[in-house]
Design a protein around this ligand. Structure first.
Ligand SMILES: Nc1ncnc2c1ncn2[C@@H]1O[C@H](COP(=O)(O)OP(=O)(O)OP(=O)(O)O)[C@@H](O)[C@H]1O
Length: 256
């Protein structure tokens, strides 16, 4: 369980987060939504121990984030790409390099079963055909899929994704959510996903946390009052349209 206890953050005298009090259960798939500058990235950086809250604490299974991360597997896909794409490496190599070896270009031949696992993940993400391409040859969406694949390859207990869908096409965007739900069910991963795509996340996640400095709501998608939410987060003139499963305008990109 992840507990945010009265977490507040002030940057340059500006209140970025104010009294965030909530819990995320193990195996829950939660999306944090909110406008630009709402504090979404700051909140997950606090969760990951990358920044200290001004007030309050975060506990993961009773441990501080740093203690937890030193003992458990946590994958984080930041908003800004974390891989150095100018490295003269192939996709399969970057999949197999451990996080803490990223800075080094020395690359030992990995064990067969690891190569096989990396290939399975590439296949899952629809990019097995580019395994031998060099990093500099990839498109933005392919890079994003490689990053997502690396996050899952680590078999994380907690997966934190900050706007993972920015470079993804519509078809793969849908597929990504399906992959995440499947991984969650199979491996009981806790997934925290920051997104602006309220319509899509409502169809896949267990809970939506609506953040704009304060936590305005933290509810199952079906219990959210989208009119109130739009007004609290984006201003009263905004409408949110939620596409239900089976929506005819969404059918063209339905994936298996
Ligand atoms: N290192 C920093 N120093 C000072 N202010 C910061 C810093 N990082 C973030 N902020 C400020 O904190 C506020 C929240 O930023 P944050 O990145 O958490 O928002 P966000 O909800 O993730 O936004 P977006 O949707 O645009 O990614 C913003 O006003 C931002 O300018």
């Amino acid at each position: 369980m992840i507990e945010f206890r009265n977490v507040s953050l002030i940057f340059d005298k500006k209140i970025v987060l104010n009294g965030i009090d909530t819990t995320i259960k193990k195996g829950e798939f939660v999306s944090i939504i909110g406008p630009n500058g709402a504090g979404k990235t700051s909140l997950i950086k606090i969760l990951l121990g990358l920044i200290k809250p001004t007030k309050g604490i975060v506990l993961i299974e009773g441990l501080t984030p740093k203690e937890y991360i030193s003992k458990h597997k946590v994958s984080y896909l930041p908003q800004q790409t974390s891989i150095n794409w100018s490295m003269p490496l192939r996709v399969i190599d970057i999949m197999l390099i451990e996080e803490n070896l990223r800075a080094f270009t020395v690359f030992k031949k990995p064990k067969k079963h690891l190569i096989q696992k990396a290939r399975q993940v590439l296949d899952l993400f629809g990019i097995l055909d580019i395994e031998n391409k060099y990093l500099k040859e990839l498109s933005g969406g392919q890079k994003q899929r490689v990053e997502l694949g690396r996050c899952l390859l680590k078999d994380p207990e907690i997966l934190v994704l900050d706007e993972p869908n920015t470079a993804l096409d519509t078809v793969f965007n849908e597929k990504m959510y399906n992959i995440l739900v499947e991984e969650k069910l199979k491996n009981n991963i806790t997934i925290i996903l920051v997104s602006h795509d309220i319509g899509a996340v409502s169809r896949f996640v267990d809970r939506i946390m609506c953040l704009n400095i304060k936590l305005h709501c933290s509810e199952k998608p079906e219990n959210i009052d989208y009119v109130k939410l739009a007004s609290a987060l984006y201003g009263s003139t905004t409408n949110i349209v939620i596409h239900k499963n089976g929506c005819r305008s969404c059918q063209f990109y339905k994936t298996q």
